[in-house]
Design a binder for this molecule. Structure first.
Ligand SMILES: Cc1ncc(COP(=O)(O)O)c(CNc2cccc(C(=O)O)c2)c1O
Length: 455
């Protein structure tokens, strides 16, 4: 394969012209940016030719792995045929409509309609407005408040960042916007205290009911949650959590929103994360694995309950994007989903490689610095502990996570650190041997931390 030739001074050019997301640019320009120039399967290569096992699938998204020529061909064919047309003013394009049908074949029969966006953040803003519009169309225009969770991540648009529960994001831009409140997250390891996980799961889920009663059911539009919080640290909820959320959501007239941007498209061993946790949402943002990151595309899955009102009662929904349902992105996404179907990747995650990752991560719990290891499907986390007996953390969680991540990267494995949790989210095609390589490399990183970081 052709290796894109990066000029030797690309780093300097990058420093001169490119502002990166979520980056301390002064630090980055001092350290220099790593130029990733090629990828295939589960591997990426930087411009120095160094190979990495990408155990994070880009940003949780390259579900089918890199180098899928059939996706490139599908995009190429479509781009030659029809490079762009919009879905406003009564038009659609074949790939857009056929993609909606293919998604619905896995998310239906309840989530049977799709509204397309370019990203997960735009999907957050889309369902946020849909929820309010839905209740107003039914005559409940005071139902505008949305309940979300601390340490959740729902994107970087104004509503997305406000729905997210990361206070350091809120401080940039005077967020959250009014109308959004946050309840606690089901992070037993750090916030569970002396409760068992089961007791804690019930307690923290019940906060939803308390919050609805505090705000007044007549004022609440929706509750949003990721089946498993991703960027927040792969916070796998206790078994008791989702059944209790499901009970509360059924008891009160609020919309239940499942953020499937990470948990969708096979990540948990089901097509969507809500299917793993056996609940039916009214709205569900999607992105990432929809196209495996080959082209930007996102959307919102809309339940019959909401779609019926939007179709029968609403009239115009004054919302949408120039590229909503972009035909080339849609064509790539169709081929991506076909690969997932044809290769049985969802079932592979559920029955083979997901359980394999789980036992591999659990084998780390014998390490002095590992407080817990959790995973569902191919979404996992290893919690670093300063003292595992008391669950005491190192004083600077972000620093230890970064130190261990840097060790892993220099040993050829890309992992994500979220605070002091080391996160796995590899392509769904990763082999058992590659899982072993990633876990062994993490173990080496933890050994290094033990020898070099005393507290
Ligand atoms: C649950 C969830 N919802 C919405 C978004 C926003 O999607 P877009 O980025 O396409 O607008 C996300 C995105 N998640 C995301 C994006 C970038 C980096 C990281 C990280 O964990 O470092 C995570 C996400 O994880």
């Amino acid at each position: 394969t052709k290796t894109a030739v990066a000029p030797s001074n690309l780093g300097a050019i990058d420093a001169a012209h490119h502002l990166h997301p979520f980056s301390d640019m002064k630090k980055l320009n001092a350290e220099g940016t790593r130029i990733i120039s090629r990828a295939d399967g589960v591997h990426i290569w930087d411009s120095n030719g160094k190979q990495y096992l990408d155990a994070f699938a880009g940003l949780w998204c390259v579900n089918v792995g890199y180098g899928r020529k059939s996706i490139a061909d599908a995009a190429y064919e479509q781009m030659q045929e029809l490079p762009y047309y919009n879905t406003f003013f009564g038009t659609t394009t074949p790939p857009t409509t056929l993609l909606a049908q293919k998604i619905a074949s896995h998310s239906g029969p309840n989530l049977n309609h799709v509204f397309f966006t370019n990203s997960g953040s735009e999907a957050s803003d889309t369902w946020f407005r849909m929820a309010r519009v839905y209740w107003k169309a039914l005559g409940h225009e005071t139902k505008t408040m949305v309940i979300a969770r601390k340490n959740a991540y729902h994107g970087s648009t104004v509503a997305g960042a406000s729905l997210g529960g990361m206070k350091w994001m809120h401080e940039q831009g005077n967020l959250p916007i009014p109308g959004i409140v946050h309840i606690n997250q089901p992070y037993w390891y750090v916030e569970g205290g002396d409760l068992t996980p089961e007791e804690f799961g019930l307690k923290v889920a019940k906060e939803l009911e308390d919050k609805i009663l505090e705000l007044g059911e007549e004022n609440v539009a929706a509750f949003v949650a990721e089946p498993i919080q991703g960027a927040g640290g792969v916070i796998v909820p206790p078994e008791t959590y989702w059944p209790e959320i499901k009970r509360i959501a059924a008891k009160y007239k609020i919309l239940l929103v499942s953020d499937e941007v990470i948990c969708g498209f096979g990540r948990l061993g089901t097509w969507f994360g809500h299917q793993h946790y056996d609940f039916e949402p009214d709205l569900a943002p999607i992105a990432k694995g929809l196209s495996s990151g080959y082209l930007p595309i996102g959307g919102v899955l809309v339940s019959e309950r909401v779609a019926k009102v939007m179709i029968e009662e609403l009239g115009d929904f004054y919302h949408g994007y120039t590229y909503s349902g972009h035909p080339v992105s849609a064509a790539a996404a169709i081929e991506n989903l076909r690969i997932i179907e044809e290769e049985g990747l969802v079932e592979r995650v559920r029955d083979d490689i997901g359980p394999y990752l789980n036992q591999a991560l659990l084998s780390l719990t014998d390490h002095d610095l590992v407080g817990e290891a959790v995973s569902v499907g191919l979404m996992g986390a290893v919690q670093i502990a300063a003292d595992k007996a008391t669950r005491r953390r190192f004083s600077k969680p972000d620093d230890v996570g970064t130190l261990v991540r840097n060790q892993c990267v220099s040993n050829g494995v890309i992992l994500r650190a979220s605070g002091d949790r080391m996160l796995f989210s590899p392509p769904l095609i990763i082999s058992r041997g590659e899982v072993d390589q990633a876990v062994d490399t993490l173990r080496k990183g933890l050994d290094w931390l033990k020898d070099n970081h005393k507290e």
